[in-house]
Design a protein around this ligand. Structure first.
Ligand code: NAP
Length: 314
């Protein structure tokens, strides 16, 4: 029976649309391969940071972690929006322990300020903040925005937390869109060619995935495991703004934010801790490549990492 369940699960994944929509969790939850929910006190006494928690999947992740007993810091660039999310969650869950802290994740100096301003330990760090600017945009330090937001800032924050994150779990929220792009260590900031927001976004998410084994080797000696999760297709303000046509076509088939955040919450809390360095979707590890043309070698991965290291002064 588990092998039939695995076959159904994998077929839904490789045919993309059925697995990525709300059908994914609806079917998979009924399969014997679906892992159990963590107990409701799984994160009691733990502290979690969730970036981009003022909206969509980040807000749902914050709520999911708080429901498992964690004290959750919503790391947001707009604290009024963050406070509104806290009020909403506490309206449903009066016991949820939530705090809001400001950080512009595109600004590496602000990431440095943010980490220095606090001294408490962190057990779970969810790098969820994301964006898909339609035109080439640069961060305050002059980096292409999707690379700054999805790669440079998460790596920097995790590095700076150092021993405060000892034995913690780090989750990078990536995207199935990365399956369409190869690693572009030859042009990490999309300087050449005609810029496309969706391509830049998918390239930066590909970079997250390709760096995963390197980051796992680097952070594991501190007891830190790093995972990537992709949410499938979820109806969030980000999708409404950046992909209105896609949203119109897929409409009622999109997941809700909690369904999109499910694997991020699960992997932050499940025991025993899953091995790090892998991509997860709907509570199962998934391949990082589906197309021959996107394959990456160690040399390309290493060059990308050298670029990140040099920029961040690691
Ligand atoms: N929804 C999907 O189907 C889907 C699919 C694949 C991957 N993802 C990934 O899931 C993550 C969450 O996306 P979402 O769909 O929930 O989108 P969303 O509703 O637009 O949420 C994105 C969050 O990131 C924050 N953010 C953006 N730029 C920031 C910055 N410079 N500093 C701090 N915070 C910043 C936003 O803050 P503001 O509220 O201030 O704008 C918002 O809270 C992203 O990494 C996205 O790539 C989503």
């Amino acid at each position: 029976m588990p092998s039939l369940a695995r076959l159904i699960d994998t077929a839904m994944d490789r045919t993309v649309a059925p697995g990525y929509t709300r059908l994914g969790p609806a079917v998979r939850r009924r399969l014997s391969t679906w892992p159990a929910d963590p107990p409701t006190d799984a994160l009691a006494g733990r502290r979690a940071l969730v970036t981009g928690a003022s909206s969509g999947l980040g807000a749902a992740t914050a709520e999911g972690l708080a429901a498992l007993g964690a004290e959750v810091v919503l790391v947001v660039r707009d604290t009024d929006k963050g406070a509104a999310v806290v009020r909403e969650i506490q309206g449903r869950r009066p016991l949820a322990r939530l705090d809001v802290q400001r950080c512009d994740l595109a600004d590496l100096d602000d990431v440095r300020r943010f980490v220095a301003a606090d001294s408490a330990d962190v057990d779970v760090l969810v790098h969820n903040a994301g964006a898909m600017p339609p035109t080439r945009t640069e961060s305050p330090q002059g980096h292409e925005m999707t690379m700054a937001l999805h790669v440079l800032s998460p790596v920097l924050m995790t590095e700076l937390l150092g021993d405060r994150l000892r034995d913690g779990r780090v989750v990078m929220v990536t995207s199935g869109g990365m399956y369409t792009q190869r690693l572009r260590e030859d042009d990490p900031e999309f300087v050449t060619g005609k810029y496309s927001g969706t391509t830049a976004y998918a390239r930066s998410k590909r970079a997250q995935i390709e760096l995963l084994p390197i980051l796992q080797r680097r952070w594991q000696p501190r007891g830190v495991d790093v995972h990537a999760t992709h949410p499938g297709w979820a109806d969030t303000p980000g999708v409404a703004e950046s992909l209105p046509t896609f949203r119109k076509i897929t409409g009622p088939l999109l997941r809700d934010a909690a369904e999109g955040a499910d694997t991020t919450v699960w992997i932050s809390a499940t025991q025993p801790p899953p091995a790090g360095g892998r991509l997860w979707h709907d509570r199962q590890p998934r391949p990082t490549q589906l197309l021959r043309r996107t394959r990456t070698g160690d040399a390309e991965r290493d060059r990308m990492w050298s670029w990140v290291q040099e920029l961040l002064g690691l």
